[in-house]
Design a protein around this ligand. Structure first.
Ligand SMILES: [Zn+2]
Length: 130
């Protein structure tokens, strides 16, 4: 038994280091630690995907600029056009909640299809949820 077990046991189990509440607390602590590690791993993986995505975007833009003769104004105008598709200049093109055409319930922006009836509400290939 470690010092931590003793301290935790006294704090949680009122002086009974081997009590049930102590082992439950340790179990919750282990679960929280496991979840934190998993979350850190997922964030690292997403950062790597994002770095890779920026690299690909930069390469694609330079190919378009160099091979197709597009100018920075062309890119900025297209970015503005796409950004404004959702009616708000906010650096995003993500729709708001909408009413399902089929069942008339509200469909969250997180869902590409109605969760009640399955009606597709966003068929964009760039929708954040698929
Ligand atoms: Zn529906």
């Amino acid at each position: 038994m470690s010092i931590g077990d003793l301290i935790f046991g006294y704090a949680i189990g009122r002086g009974e280091p081997e009590s049930i509440s102590s082992s439950m607390a340790m179990s919750k602590s282990a679960e929280a630690s496991r979840k934190a590690t998993s979350t850190e791993r997922r964030i690292r993986m997403m950062e790597e995907y994002l770095d890779r995505s920026f690299l690909i975007h930069e390469a694609l833009w330079e190919l378009l600029r160099d091979k197709a003769g597009l100018k920075l104004d062309d890119l900025e105008n297209k970015l503005y056009e796409i950004d404004m598709r959702d009616g708000e200049l906010d650096g995003k093109n993500q729709r708001k909640s909408v009413e399902c055409k089929n069942c008339k319930r509200t469909v969250s922006a997180r869902h590409a299809a109605c969760i009640y009836c399955g009606e597709i509400v966003d068929d964009s290939i760039f929708a954040m949820s698929k």
